[in-house]
Write a new protein. Sequence first.
Length: 298
Amino acid sequence: MIAASCKAFTHDRYTFVQIAKFEGHKNNITHVGFHRAGKWMYTSSEDGTVKVWDMRCGLPRRPALQFAHALRCETPLIAVHRAKKYQRDFKHPGPVNAAALHPNQGEIIAGDTRGNVCVWDLGTAKLSTALRPEPDVPVQALSIAEDNSALAAATNSGTVYVWAPPGDAAGYTPVHQLQAHRSYVLSVKLSPDGTHMATCSADKTVKLWDAAHDFAPSGTLTGHSSWVWDANFTVDGQYLVTASSDKTAKLWEVATCECVHTYSGHSLGLQAAALADEMSPGEGGSRGVSMASAAASE
C-alpha cells in the first residue's frame, strides 16, 4: 500500500463514507489488518514501525474508550487521547514489509528488510520472540495458520521458513526450510483449514504445498505472464485467487491446479486480491463468494 496514512470508512449496501483518518507513519504503509471484533487495527510501514490504532478514536458520536479494555489487558491504560491516535508503536531496525495478527488476537508478527521476524505482545507492549532466518535478507511475506499450527515467513532469496508454535517451555521451533522459488517470494498464505500453503513469486508461478503432510510440494500454478503478488484461499481451502502484474486475477481449483476463471479489466498490474466467502453449515463448501482485486494506481 503506497501511503503514509490510513483512512477508515463505514458503509451500507451501496455507499462508503470516510469516518476517520489515522496519521503517524512517516513512509509507505505495507500492511493493514483488523482485530477480529473490529475494535482496533494495526499497520506496518517502511518507516520501520508497526502501529496499533483504536478504531473508536476520533469516530463521530463515539466516546474514546480505554484501549486496555479492547485488548483485555491486565494492566489498565490511560484513556485514548484524540491527539495521539495510536496506542502501540513497535520499532524495527529496518523497513517492515509484512505483518500478521496471531489468532489469539494478542500478538502481531512482523517481518522487515533486515531479515527479522518479530513477535510483539500487545498486552505488555514488548517483543516476546525474535527470529532471524536469514540475516540481512528481507522478509517479504508472513502467514500464520488460523489454528496456530504453523508460522511461515518468505524471503527475497526464494526460501520459505516454517515454525511450529511455542509449546509449554519452548518458543517457536523451526520445522521446515523450503527452497520454494528461484526468485523473490512475494506472498505466502496458509489456507484457513490449515491443509495447504501457497507461495507467489516473481518467477510468474504459484506453488502449492501440502501443509498436512510435512509441506510436501503438491502442485505448480502456471498461467500468469508476470510477477504474482498475492494469493488467498477460500474458507474451505478448495480454491485460490491470485493477483499478478499481468493485469489479471485468476481463480484456481487447488485439487487439480487448474485455472477455472480469469478476471480482467484493470489497466495496470494487480498487487492484491481478496475473497469474501463463508461456509454454509452442513454444506461442506464455500457459498456466496465475492472477489476484489487492487492495482497500484489507476
